[in-house]
Write a protein that binds this ligand. Structure first.
Ligand SMILES: [Zn+2]
Length: 226
Protein backbone atom coordinates (compact mmCIF):
# COMPACT_ATOMS: atom_id res chain seq x y z
CA UNK A 1 0.00 0.00 0.00
CA UNK A 2 1.05 3.58 -0.68
CA UNK A 3 1.46 5.62 2.51
CA UNK A 4 2.42 9.24 3.06
CA UNK A 5 4.59 10.00 6.09
CA UNK A 6 6.43 12.81 7.86
CA UNK A 7 8.97 11.24 10.22
CA UNK A 8 10.46 14.25 11.99
CA UNK A 9 8.19 16.59 14.00
CA UNK A 10 8.76 18.37 17.34
CA UNK A 11 6.25 18.98 20.14
CA UNK A 12 6.26 21.13 23.28
CA UNK A 13 8.06 18.26 25.00
CA UNK A 14 11.21 19.77 23.45
CA UNK A 15 11.36 22.91 21.33
CA UNK A 16 8.16 22.61 19.28
CA UNK A 17 5.07 24.78 19.77
CA UNK A 18 2.32 22.14 19.74
CA UNK A 19 0.99 19.60 22.22
CA UNK A 20 1.42 16.03 20.88
CA UNK A 21 -2.39 15.69 20.64
CA UNK A 22 -2.45 18.68 18.25
CA UNK A 23 0.21 17.02 16.10
CA UNK A 24 -1.97 13.89 15.91
CA UNK A 25 -4.94 16.01 14.82
CA UNK A 26 -3.03 18.13 12.28
CA UNK A 27 -1.30 15.07 10.79
CA UNK A 28 -4.71 13.54 10.22
CA UNK A 29 -6.10 16.73 8.66
CA UNK A 30 -3.07 16.78 6.34
CA UNK A 31 -3.73 13.15 5.34
CA UNK A 32 -0.49 11.80 6.73
CA UNK A 33 -0.88 8.04 7.19
CA UNK A 34 2.44 7.81 9.04
CA UNK A 35 4.07 10.30 11.39
CA UNK A 36 6.61 10.49 14.17
CA UNK A 37 7.15 12.98 16.98
CA UNK A 38 10.90 13.15 17.42
CA UNK A 39 11.59 15.37 20.41
CA UNK A 40 15.20 15.93 21.43
CA UNK A 41 16.63 13.01 23.39
CA UNK A 42 13.25 11.69 24.49
CA UNK A 43 10.37 9.51 23.30
CA UNK A 44 7.96 11.36 25.57
CA UNK A 45 6.26 13.36 22.77
CA UNK A 46 5.49 10.15 20.89
CA UNK A 47 4.36 8.41 24.06
CA UNK A 48 1.86 11.16 24.82
CA UNK A 49 0.69 11.18 21.17
CA UNK A 50 0.06 7.43 21.27
CA UNK A 51 -2.88 8.03 23.60
CA UNK A 52 -4.62 10.08 20.90
CA UNK A 53 -3.89 7.99 17.80
CA UNK A 54 -6.57 5.88 16.18
CA UNK A 55 -4.53 2.94 14.83
CA UNK A 56 -7.04 2.39 12.02
CA UNK A 57 -6.29 5.84 10.61
CA UNK A 58 -2.65 6.49 11.40
CA UNK A 59 0.63 4.74 12.06
CA UNK A 60 2.69 6.36 14.81
CA UNK A 61 6.41 5.59 14.82
CA UNK A 62 7.84 6.20 18.29
CA UNK A 63 10.64 8.66 17.70
CA UNK A 64 13.41 10.76 19.20
CA UNK A 65 16.15 12.97 17.77
CA UNK A 66 19.24 11.99 19.72
CA UNK A 67 22.29 14.22 19.93
CA UNK A 68 25.17 11.73 19.65
CA UNK A 69 28.90 12.40 19.59
CA UNK A 70 28.68 12.58 15.77
CA UNK A 71 25.57 14.76 15.59
CA UNK A 72 21.78 14.48 15.50
CA UNK A 73 20.29 11.08 14.68
CA UNK A 74 16.59 10.23 14.33
CA UNK A 75 15.61 7.00 16.07
CA UNK A 76 12.29 5.53 14.87
CA UNK A 77 10.89 2.47 16.63
CA UNK A 78 7.79 0.27 16.99
CA UNK A 79 8.07 0.88 20.76
CA UNK A 80 10.17 3.37 22.77
CA UNK A 81 13.64 2.23 23.79
CA UNK A 82 16.09 3.51 26.37
CA UNK A 83 18.08 6.44 25.05
CA UNK A 84 21.83 6.55 25.40
CA UNK A 85 24.20 9.11 23.92
CA UNK A 86 26.80 6.39 23.34
CA UNK A 87 26.41 5.96 19.61
CA UNK A 88 27.30 2.28 19.28
CA UNK A 89 25.20 1.29 22.30
CA UNK A 90 22.33 3.20 20.69
CA UNK A 91 22.90 1.35 17.41
CA UNK A 92 22.81 -2.02 19.22
CA UNK A 93 19.63 -1.06 21.06
CA UNK A 94 18.03 -0.08 17.77
CA UNK A 95 19.00 -3.34 16.05
CA UNK A 96 17.68 -5.36 19.02
CA UNK A 97 14.36 -3.51 19.00
CA UNK A 98 13.64 -3.26 15.27
CA UNK A 99 14.23 0.49 15.21
CA UNK A 100 15.87 2.43 12.41
CA UNK A 101 18.54 5.15 12.58
CA UNK A 102 18.54 8.16 10.26
CA UNK A 103 21.04 11.05 10.38
CA UNK A 104 19.00 14.28 10.60
CA UNK A 105 19.92 17.22 8.33
CA UNK A 106 23.51 15.87 7.90
CA UNK A 107 25.05 18.92 6.21
CA UNK A 108 23.28 21.60 8.26
CA UNK A 109 26.33 22.82 10.17
CA UNK A 110 24.24 25.22 12.27
CA UNK A 111 22.19 22.34 13.68
CA UNK A 112 24.59 19.52 14.56
CA UNK A 113 24.48 17.53 11.34
CA UNK A 114 26.89 14.60 11.11
CA UNK A 115 28.32 15.65 7.74
CA UNK A 116 30.29 13.01 5.83
CA UNK A 117 29.57 10.44 8.54
CA UNK A 118 26.16 10.06 6.89
CA UNK A 119 27.80 7.60 4.50
CA UNK A 120 28.77 5.17 7.30
CA UNK A 121 27.09 1.80 6.94
CA UNK A 122 25.33 2.27 10.29
CA UNK A 123 22.33 4.09 8.96
CA UNK A 124 19.05 2.73 7.63
CA UNK A 125 18.28 5.91 5.68
CA UNK A 126 19.58 9.47 5.26
CA UNK A 127 17.43 12.58 5.70
CA UNK A 128 18.45 14.30 2.46
CA UNK A 129 15.73 16.93 2.63
CA UNK A 130 14.86 18.71 5.86
CA UNK A 131 12.12 21.35 5.86
CA UNK A 132 13.82 23.41 8.56
CA UNK A 133 17.21 23.47 6.85
CA UNK A 134 18.37 25.89 4.20
CA UNK A 135 18.16 24.92 0.56
CA UNK A 136 21.94 24.71 0.06
CA UNK A 137 22.41 22.21 2.92
CA UNK A 138 19.66 20.08 1.44
CA UNK A 139 21.10 20.15 -2.05
CA UNK A 140 24.61 19.25 -0.82
CA UNK A 141 23.20 16.36 1.21
CA UNK A 142 21.19 15.05 -1.71
CA UNK A 143 24.09 15.22 -4.17
CA UNK A 144 26.45 13.41 -1.80
CA UNK A 145 23.92 10.78 -0.71
CA UNK A 146 22.01 9.98 -3.88
CA UNK A 147 24.37 7.24 -5.12
CA UNK A 148 25.24 5.83 -1.69
CA UNK A 149 22.76 2.98 -1.90
CA UNK A 150 21.31 4.08 1.43
CA UNK A 151 17.54 4.90 1.32
CA UNK A 152 16.74 8.62 1.18
CA UNK A 153 14.02 10.37 3.18
CA UNK A 154 12.54 13.87 3.44
CA UNK A 155 10.95 15.31 6.58
CA UNK A 156 9.51 18.63 7.71
CA UNK A 157 11.32 18.86 11.08
CA UNK A 158 8.24 20.95 11.87
CA UNK A 159 8.12 22.95 15.10
CA UNK A 160 4.82 24.66 14.15
CA UNK A 161 1.60 23.26 12.72
CA UNK A 162 1.81 24.93 9.28
CA UNK A 163 4.99 23.05 8.44
CA UNK A 164 3.82 19.53 9.33
CA UNK A 165 3.79 17.42 6.16
CA UNK A 166 5.38 20.08 3.93
CA UNK A 167 8.33 17.72 3.40
CA UNK A 168 7.25 14.08 3.41
CA UNK A 169 7.79 10.57 2.06
CA UNK A 170 5.79 8.19 -0.04
CA UNK A 171 6.29 4.78 1.56
CA UNK A 172 5.29 1.51 -0.12
CA UNK A 173 4.50 -0.80 2.80
CA UNK A 174 3.11 -4.31 3.09
CA UNK A 175 1.01 -3.48 6.12
CA UNK A 176 -0.55 -0.60 8.05
CA UNK A 177 1.63 -0.84 11.14
CA UNK A 178 4.97 0.43 12.47
CA UNK A 179 6.97 -2.75 11.77
CA UNK A 180 5.82 -2.86 8.13
CA UNK A 181 6.60 0.84 7.61
CA UNK A 182 10.06 0.56 9.19
CA UNK A 183 10.85 -2.50 7.08
CA UNK A 184 9.85 -0.64 3.91
CA UNK A 185 12.13 2.29 4.75
CA UNK A 186 14.97 -0.11 5.49
CA UNK A 187 14.48 -1.74 2.09
CA UNK A 188 14.39 1.60 0.31
CA UNK A 189 10.73 1.42 -0.65
CA UNK A 190 10.47 5.12 0.06
CA UNK A 191 10.43 8.24 -2.09
CA UNK A 192 11.35 11.67 -0.60
CA UNK A 193 9.12 14.61 -1.55
CA UNK A 194 9.67 18.34 -0.93
CA UNK A 195 7.27 21.25 -1.07
CA UNK A 196 8.81 24.69 -0.54
CA UNK A 197 6.31 27.55 -0.19
CA UNK A 198 6.48 31.24 0.70
CA UNK A 199 4.10 30.71 3.62
CA UNK A 200 6.23 27.83 4.88
CA UNK A 201 9.38 29.92 4.60
CA UNK A 202 7.80 32.73 6.65
CA UNK A 203 6.71 30.24 9.35
CA UNK A 204 10.20 28.76 9.43
CA UNK A 205 11.93 32.12 9.79
CA UNK A 206 9.52 33.42 12.46
CA UNK A 207 9.89 30.20 14.46
CA UNK A 208 13.70 30.45 14.23
CA UNK A 209 13.62 34.07 15.33
CA UNK A 210 11.31 33.35 18.27
CA UNK A 211 13.56 30.49 19.34
CA UNK A 212 16.63 32.69 19.09
CA UNK A 213 15.03 35.51 21.10
CA UNK A 214 13.89 33.07 23.78
CA UNK A 215 17.41 31.66 23.83
CA UNK A 216 16.11 28.09 23.59
CA UNK A 217 18.95 25.63 23.30
CA UNK A 218 18.68 21.91 22.63
CA UNK A 219 19.80 20.13 25.77
CA UNK A 220 22.61 17.62 25.66
CA UNK A 221 21.81 13.95 25.58
CA UNK A 222 21.49 12.55 29.09
CA UNK A 223 22.43 8.91 29.33
CA UNK A 224 19.65 6.44 30.07
CA UNK A 225 16.97 9.15 30.03
CA UNK A 226 13.74 8.23 28.28
ZN1 LIG B 1 14.56 18.10 14.59
Amino acid sequence: MRLVGDLHIHSIVSDGSLHPSDIVRISKVKSLHVFSITDHNTFLGSLIASKYVNKKDQVLLYGAEVRTCLGDILILCPQPVTITCHLYRMVDLCRDNNCILIPAHPYDILRSGIGGNMLMKLWDAIEVFNGSSDLISNIITYILAKDSGIPLVSNSDAHVGELIGTFYNVIYANGFNADAVLESIRKGKVLPVIKYSIRGSISRISWGLKNYLNNRVVSKCLDEGV
